[in-house]
Design a protein around this ligand. Structure first.
Ligand code: TMP
Length: 201
C-alpha cells in the first residue's frame, strides 16, 4: 500500500522541521517513499518555482502556473511512484492553491476547483498535516532567517486569509490533521507518530 501524504501550513509555521521526521518514520517501517515539494519536484517544476516565488504576475497566471507545475509533477513523479508502491510525502499540494491564491489573493474558488478537476480528478491525499500558527508568530520566525520570497513578504492580512481557508478545508475534509505549531517539537512529533501509526497499521 502506497500512501500520499501532504504537508501544509502558512510560511513560518514550521512544516520543514517535520517533513524529515515523517520520512524517517516511513523509513523505519520499511515503507518505500519519496519526499518531494510543490511548486517544484521536477526539472520544469523547479524552473516554474523560481518564477512563481520571485516574479509578480496576475493571480490567474500564478494559479495556472501552479497547476502546470503540478501536472508535470503528477505525471512524471507522483503517479508513477504511487503505482510502483512508493509512498509520496509532498511538501504542499492543491490545498495550498486554495489557501494562497483564493484565501490570500482572492481568486475565485471555482477557478481553482476547475483546474483541480482537470489536473487530478481522481487523486486526493490520504493524509494532510496542517501546521497551524498565528501569522504574526509565523512571520517573526522567518523574518530574520534569510531573504524572503514574494509570498513570505506578504502582510499579516494576506496570511490571515491563507490560514482561514486552510482551516476551512480542514473542517471540510477528514483527511486533515491540524497541528498547533506553537507546541514543542517533541510534542508535535508525538502527534505525528500517533497519526502515522493509525495510517499504516
Ligand atoms: P514553500 O516555501 O513551502 O516551499 O512554498 C513555496 C511558496 O509557494 C509558499 O509561500 C506557498 C506558495 N504556494 C502557493 O501560493 N500556491 C500553491 O499551490 C503552492 C503549492 C505553493
Amino acid at each position: 500500500m502506497a500512501y500520499f501524504i501532504t504537508v501544509e501550513g502558512i510560511d513560518g509555521a514550521g512544516k520543514s522541521t517535520h517533513l524529515e521526521f515523517i520520512q524517517n518514520y516511513l523509513n523505519k517501517k520499511n515503507i518505500q517513499n519519496k519526499l518531494t515539494r510543490e511548486p517544484g519536484g521536477t526539472e520544469i517544476g523547479e524552473k516554474l518555482r523560481q518564477l512563481l516565488l520571485h516574479d509578480d504576475m496576475d493571480v490567474g497566471t500564478e494559479t495556472m502556473m501552479m497547476f502546470a507545475a503540478r501536472h508535470e509533477h503528477l505525471v512524471t513523479v507522483i503517479q508513477p511512484a504511487l503505482k510502483s508502491n512508493i509512498s509520496i510525502i509532498c511538501d504542499r499540494f492543491t490545498d495550498a492553491s486554495y489557501a494562497y491564491q483564493q484565501g490570500g489573493k482572492g481568486i475565485d474558488k471555482s477557478f481553482i476547483k476547475s483546474l483541480e478537476e482537470l489536473v487530478h480528478p481522481n487523486l486526493t491525499p490520504d493524509l494532510t498535516f496542517l501546521f497551524d500558527l498565528d501569522p504574526d508568530t509565523a512571520h517573526s520566525r522567518i523574518s530574520n532567517e534569510r531573504n524572503l520570497d514574494k509570498f513570505e513578504k506578504q502582510s499579516s492580512t494576506f496570511f490571515n486569509g491563507v490560514r482561514k481557508v486552510y482551516l476551512e478545508l480542514a473542517e471540510a475534509h477528514s483527511r486533515f490533521l491540524v497541528i498547533d505549531s506553537s507546541q514543542t517539537i517533541d510534542q508535535i512529533q508525538q502527534i505525528i507518530s500517533k497519526k502515522l501509526d493509525e495510517l499504516v497499521k
